[in-house]
Design a binder for this molecule. Sequence first.
Ligand code: ATP
Ligand code: MG
Length: 252
Amino acid sequence: MLRVHDLTRRFGRLMALDHVSFEISAGTIHGLIGPNGSGKTTFFNLVTGFLPANEGKVFWDGRDVTGLPPHRISRLGLARTFQNTSNYARLTVRENLVIASRNHIESSALARMLHLRSARSEEARHGRSADALLERFGMRDLADVQAAQLPGGTQKILGVAIALSTNPRLVMLDEPLAGLNTGEKAQLMTILRGLCADGLTLLLIEHDMKAIMQACDRITVLSYGTLLAEGTPEEISRDPATIKAYLGTEVA
Ligand SMILES: Nc1ncnc2c1ncn2[C@@H]1O[C@H](COP(=O)(O)OP(=O)(O)OP(=O)(O)O)[C@@H](O)[C@H]1O
Ligand SMILES: [Mg+2]
């Protein structure tokens, strides 16, 4: 589904990502782990068009999408969340979801004038998709609450719902569990597993090793921008290089 080949990004003399190649198969939960500064977020930025790559290629369903701008990537069915919460603080939860869905498939102003009825039915569709997400994320009671008023953990969960409002096939989540309490973590992981069962593919950056090991089908490990290891959670938890660079004695 997604394949990167020799993906490379430098910041001055720093190699943030150094000829990284791997593949994510459809229908899987794929983990991307590694120490702070190992290039995980940079990987997301390169794949989703937020940063240009210095070298290497990104393939989506076999098609070369390297260098496409973020909105084109998003239209292909690839969505992401950000490490820091991002939503419209002054809008309500439901408004955030409607806007995210609307930005995705924007009919032009002229089209709206010529086809008022279709624009209106489109609007209704965005509303219905927002309501479905509210239901799925257990946020129906929060629909009319301003995003800024939500606790930090709930804002992060809203960020995931916003990413899903573009109806993606692959969602890349940057530390979705950070800042969540135990109950919220369990809630979000249950939702994510349910979405996967419905055919969604997930790429998960996460430092919570317990969650990663439980949820992922495959894991890729980065260290100093290079690919250190790849395999099943079992293989990764036993991999000497990964233990040395990242896991320490925690999982070993
Ligand atoms: N825009 C930028 N300009 C300069 N250096 C950057 C930039 N973005 C990232 N870096 C550097 O590139 C390296 C990789 O950063 P990145 O954010 O991808 O790491 P990460 O694996 O996501 O880390 P963390 O787990 O802390 O989120 C780091 O050394 C970081 O300081
Ligand atoms: Mg990061």
